[in-house]
Design a protein around this ligand. Structure first.
Ligand SMILES: Nc1nc2c(ncn2[C@@H]2O[C@@H]3COP(=O)(O)O[C@H]3[C@H]2O)c(=O)[nH]1
Ligand SMILES: [Zn+2]
Length: 497
């Protein structure tokens, strides 16, 4: 059996460790833990020279002094079994102390209440740290556990590139003709469940939307070019908790559903429907997972490039036209110059309208034309198109609870990640993203009351059928989260008939 010799830099020292290739994963970890002077509840990370993470396991590749790895203690493992008993123990001691003080003094001193509240808040934080896993801070070592109890050879980890190519192959091999009538009909409604579809399938469904709205014939789009375009769009969404390709799919699907439900095909030109659907598809391209406020406060490249004016939305739109600029992806290439100009101007307006900092401005404009709305008026149409993209963008709560609730978890994960980073960097902390200030119910009750209902009600005035498809589910969600909020405050929740 071969012996591995691993050279690594830890705490500024160049060290080496030696172990047999058949020793256990736990032994290897202990070896490096000792070298890093880390306890059992610390998480170690090993990096190779190009900065990528390498798994600390018996399969670690031998290296030389020149090609040493870098070993770092990145965090306390808050899931560690050692942590919970310690906390529980502390909590018990606190309770004991409290009852003693209560006996002697007759009341719980303020300092004690403060301590208890700190303890509660710390426990809550511990329970919600999984969000850090997506940035690679917490490394799942399930892989090693699996290889211990399973005789199957380990599946090599696919690189992002390989994974995308697999999605591409699957997408191209699946014909949109295979999508049944039933699914096609379902796709036209807000009850469509995105969680049941994998990425390649979502690409096929997006293709179906373009085909079924007759965009291919109307704008002379070759199927292969559409597929290249959709695939590039998929590649330009980041693997982040909320603003990812699944979100892009949901927003586009909601836009598609709204077009059918409101019979917009009979009210607007096909070119405007194309603008709306393509804007929905592109509206969050290359979202980094940190919002405009962060971009501006952290003075990121995007904020500098766009002078603090809707940096993200400007970027999403620029990325969209960057994709369209590639001839093999250019679904606009067979259009006349006027059509191209119309689509480009329309998409820019719709994508920039998704900046929530402009929410009131756009909603107020829509309200002011509501009573005299005219589908042949250019200005009215433009406002409606912006409203439709905005509604689709924030429409998760109009979906069935089983579809909507996981989206809220994803959103809060991204929010909390931002506020954690803001705290770490000493930047102003965005209050609605602060894990110490918001909860699922509190976040949703205000968002539904102050953002969703006013916006959806306004659109429902123009299209009464949306009462059933948008307003009713959102009202139900408000009731659900209001009850949860009351329950969390210890109030009695009245039973619903
Ligand atoms: N609290 C809450 N905010 C939402 C929800 N859906 C969308 N948003 C917010 O609305 C914003 C729309 O634009 P962004 O994508 O920048 O970020 C989104 C979130 O901040 C939701 O269901 N709940
Ligand atoms: Zn969005």
């Amino acid at each position: 059996m071969t012996t591995k010799i691993i050279h690594f830099m830890v705490n500024g020292r160049l060290e080496h460790a030696e172990f047999r290739a058949d020793c256990s994963a736990a032994d290897v970890k202990d070896l490096f833990r000792a070298a890093a002077e880390a306890g059992p509840n610390h998480i170690l990370k090993m990096y190779n020279r190009d900065g990528s993470v390498v798994n600390i396991s018996p399969r670690l590749k031998s290296n030389s002094k020149e090609t040493y790895y870098r070993l770092e203690v990145v965090a306390s493992n808050l899931h560690s079994v050692a942590m919970t008993p310690q906390l529980n123990n502390m909590e018990e001691r606190l309770h004991l102390l409290e009852s003693k003080v209560l006996e002697e003094v007759g009341k719980t001193p303020d300092i004690m209440c403060e301590l208890q509240s700190h303890m509660e808040s710390f426990k809550r934080k511990l329970e919600s740290v999984e969000h850090l896993s997506w940035i690679g801070l917490f490394k799942d070592d399930g892989e090693q556990q699996l290889s211990k109890c399973s005789p199957k050879p380990q599946k090599p980890q696919l690189s992002v590139q390989e994974e995308r190519q697999q999605v591409r192959r699957k997408f191209i091999n699946m014909s949109s003709l295979q999508v049944t009538e039933e699914v096609r009909e379902h796709l036209k409604t807000p009850i469509f469940d995105n969680w049941q579809w994998e990425e390649a399938e979502m690409l096929v469904l997006l293709q179906v939307m373009y085909v079924d709205l007759d965009f291919l014939t109307a704008f002379h789009i070759e199927l292969q070019v559409l597929q290249n375009f959709l695939f590039e769009v998929y590649c330009h969404y980041n693997n982040i908790p909320f603003h990812n390709f699944q979100h892009c799919f949901c927003v586009t699907q909601m836009m598609y559903g709204l077009i059918w439900l409101t019979d917009l095909r009979s009210k607007l030109g096909r070119i405007d429907l194309f603008v709306m659907l393509t804007s929905a598809l592109c509206h969050d391209l290359d979202h980094p997972g940190y919002n405009n406020v962060y971009q501006i406060n952290a003075q990121t490249d995007l904020a500098l490039r766009y002078n603090d004016i809707s940096p993200l939305e400007n970027h999403h739109c620029a990325v969209a036209f960057g994709i369209l600029f590639k001839p093999e992806c250019n679904i606009l290439k067979n259009l006349t110059a006027d059509q191209y100009k119309h689509i480009r101007a329309g998409m820019i307006k719709c994508i920039l309208a998704t900046d929530m900092a402009r929410h009131n401005e756009i909603l107020n404009k829509f309200k002011s034309i509501q009573s005299v709305f005219d589908f042949t008026n250019k200005e009215h149409k433009e406002v409606l198109m912006k409203i439709m993209v905005k509604v689709s963008d924030i429409s998760n709560e109009a979906r069935p609870m089983a579809v909507a609730e996981p989206w809220l978890d994803c959103l809060l994960q991204e929010f909390f990640n931002q506020s954690d980073t803001e705290k770490l960097k000493g930047l102003p902390v965005t209050p609605f993203m602060d894990r110490d200030k918001v909860s699922k119910p509190s976040s949703q009750t205000s968002f539904i009351r102050f953002v969703l209902l006013p916006l959806f009600s306004e659109l429902t005035k123009l299209f009464p059928c949306l009462e059933q498809h948008l307003l009713e589910p959102v009202r139900r969600a408000l009731e659900y989260y209001t009850d949860l909020e009351k329950a969390s405050r210890g109030e009695v929740v009245s039973a619903k008939p």
